[in-house]
Design a protein around this ligand. Structure first.
Ligand code: GSH
Length: 208
């Protein structure tokens, strides 16, 4: 088995779908967490001046989180059984990435008034529009009784678990999935996967 080293900040962010896949597959790896205070001196030594980086066998250095996600999903069997399934997984992950991008823009906005406005827009416009589509999309697969694509967990479900850990923002959007019963049930089902649940319980608690 290859040896894996994931370098990312000490947070969930763009590193967490990768960690969730290692957990779901039960594959050991080095979870190299960088503290923000140590980043400035390390930045210049990285290929793109950003993280995550996934090193395989101490040789290949993979960059770009979405490319790493897809590489891992292909390696670990989380990328569907054929081209159509992989493409349906891409559709879900790209939609989720749109929510994630608006959400993180808002979360990291320093101006509190702007931040509140942006968060409200994500919770009342951007998010619901995308989630409505995903609720229907999920229903097309097995009536929404299993997972986004096929009958086992894929990158689509893993990305969904991850981004929902931000979207269901405590005190502001806890009930953000109430209008989407299939998505809500999927989140519970996928998060209850024994290995994923164990990782979520044991991972370092970080704000983001
Ligand atoms: N497109 C890149 C973006 C990577 C990125 O911006 N990473 C952020 C953390 S989520 C980072 O390294 N920020 C520190 C910096 O840019 O100095 C990817 O998806 O991997």
């Amino acid at each position: 088995m290859p040896s894996y080293k994931l370098t990312y900040f000490n947070g969930r962010g763009r590193g967490e779908p990768i960690r969730l896949m290692f957990a779901a597959k039960g594959v050991p790896y080095e979870d190299n967490r960088i503290e923000f205070k140590d980043w400035p001196q390390m930045k210049a030594s990285t290929p793109l001046g950003s993280l995550p980086i996934l090193e395989i066998n101490g040789k290949q250095k993979l960059v770009e989180s979405k490319a790493i996600n897809r590489y891992m999903a292909r390696e670990f069997g989380f990328y569907g059984k054929n081209n159509m399934e992989s493409t349906r997984i891409d559709i879900v992950t790209e939609i989720i990435a749109d929510i994630w991008s608006k959400l993180t823009d808002a979360i990291f906005e320093k101006d509190e008034a702007k931040k509140a406005k942006q968060l409200k827009k994500v919770f009342t416009e951007t998010g619901p529009k995308k989630l409505e589509f995903l609720e229907k999309f999920l229903g097309e697969n097995d009536g929404g009784k299993s997972y986004f694509v096929g009958t086992s967990i894929t990158l689509a479900d893993i990305d969904f678990i991850h981004v929902m850990s931000y979207y269901l923002f405590p005190g502001q959007n806890d009930n953000g999935l109430d209008k989407y019963p299939k998505l809500k049930a999927l989140l519970q089902r996928a998060s209850a996967n024994e290995k994923i649940a164990a990782w979520i319980a044991e991972r370092p608690v970080t704000q983001f």
